[in-house]
Design a protein around this ligand. Structure first.
Ligand code: HEC
Ligand code: HEC
Length: 319
């Protein structure tokens, strides 16, 4: 009996030691790097319509993370990232060849935005992967990034590298990983189908669902609508001062979601931040989507009506 206990003790000791060693390894080693497989990307000639639409999309999707106080796309500290994941600065994406993305080719940019792998094989933590963006939206964004817009003029501002916490590093070895480059074309939603357009905006383009589902850790980026608690809120983010702020329930549940809102109230909140209830105007990191067209705002609303209602009273969540 004693011998059995002793052996069990050794085994347990060995497991603890192994865990401690792997934790130490994860903590001191750099984030994993990945093989860079540059996709075939057709050459195209950007015209002014593509650049203008790319800029509008960029303003809706990317600007809040990359726009510095200087008014240039120099990158900045991102206060909304919960400290349990670490600290992050977004990149300088001006056309500077060293500090910006002046040396990226078009296929390299497409690969980075779709998969999350930079041209040197590093993974971009803390930036969403745009693997559901339509080919057209992606192309417009690239056309804009390569344009001579003043906010993209070369800047030599450099930021510290991202500093993931131990937990953040652990996640970068387990859950937060590059996604494959899409193996088929991603077409625009059929014209006139508001629900399809709304689904695309809420999941593929504007990423409402990842903030508005209960936990970044359980987001299903392959099939967004299969995310547990889809769009029912309660995800903890940080406000500008670093205090926790919870996302809200966007499902049509009457008591805890948007079930009693009207389309006009929703559009008003989305575009201006002003809510139809006693709560204050929407706070960071929920930025008003001023550049949304009427058609797009209505489409998101139409889509939200089709989402299963979930009872989740965000005000009662204690984190
Ligand atoms: C949630 C914030 C966030 C959003 C939204 C975001 N980014 Fe980023 N971006 C980052 C961070 C963080 C990095 C990485 C910085 C690092 O690795 O040091 C990054 C890196 C990049 C890089 C890589 C630069 C390099 O030097 O390799 C490019 C290009 C880029 N972003 C473009 C975009 C575009 C285009 C969009 C919108 C389609 C976008 N980003 C949306 C946070 C964001
Ligand atoms: C970066 C994370 C993030 C993204 C992306 C995001 N939201 Fe939010 N949203 C929040 C947070 C946090 C709040 C709570 C803000 C507050 O209470 O002041 C919120 C609040 C709201 C509210 C108010 C609901 C209520 O009950 O008061 C609406 C409506 C809303 N978001 C819709 C959207 C839509 C639609 C999208 C996509 C187009 C979106 N959000 C994208 C984080 C986000």
């Amino acid at each position: 009996m004693k011998k059995v206990l002793r052996i069990a003790g050794y085994v347990l000791g060995a497991i603890v030691l192994l865990l401690a060693l792997s934790a130490a390894y994860v903590n001191v080693s750099a984030l994993p790097t990945y093989e860079v497989k540059i996709p075939e990307y057709p050459a195209f000639k950007p015209d002014s319509t593509m650049i203008a639409e790319g800029k509008r999309t960029f303003n809706l999707v990317c600007n809040h993370c990359h726009m510095a106080e200087s008014g240039k796309l120099e990158g900045k500290f991102l206060p909304e990232i919960p400290s349990m994941f670490g600290k992050a600065w977004s990149a300088n994406i001006t056309s500077h060849p060293v500090y910006g993305i002046g040396n990226y080719t078009t296929p390299e940019l497409a690969n980075l935005l779709r998969t999350g792998i930079q041209r040197d094989g590093d993974y971009v933590p803390f930036m969403p992967q745009f693997n559901h963006l339509t080919d057209q939206d992606l192309q417009n964004i690239i056309a804009y990034l390569r344009s001579d817009a003043p906010e993209l003029a070369p800047s030599d501002v450099a930021h510290p590298a991202v500093q993931p916490s131990f937990f953040g590093k652990l996640l970068c070895r387990t859950m937060f990983k590059p996604v494959p480059y899409p193996d088929k074309p991603i077409p625009v939603p059929p014209a006139g189908d508001a629900v399809a357009l709304g689904r695309y905006l809420a999941t593929g383009k504007l990423d409402c669902y990842s903030c508005h589902s209960p936990d970044f850790m359980t987001v299903n980026s392959d099939e967004p609508e299969k995310t547990p608690g889809y769009l029912s809120g309660g995800n903890e983010l940080n406000d500008l001062e670093g205090h926790p702020i919870l996302s809200r329930n966007l499902t049509p549940d009457k008591e805890t979601g948007l079930g009693n809102w009207t389309e006009a109230q929703f559009i008003m909140a989305l575009r201006t931040g002003i809510r139809p209830n006693e709560r204050p105007a929407l706070r960071f990191p929920m930025m008003p989507y001023t550049a949304l067209t009427d058609e797009e705002a209505k489409a998101i609303w139409a889509y939200l009506q089709t989402v299963p209602p979930i009872k989740n009273d965000v005000d009662k969540i204690k984190k």
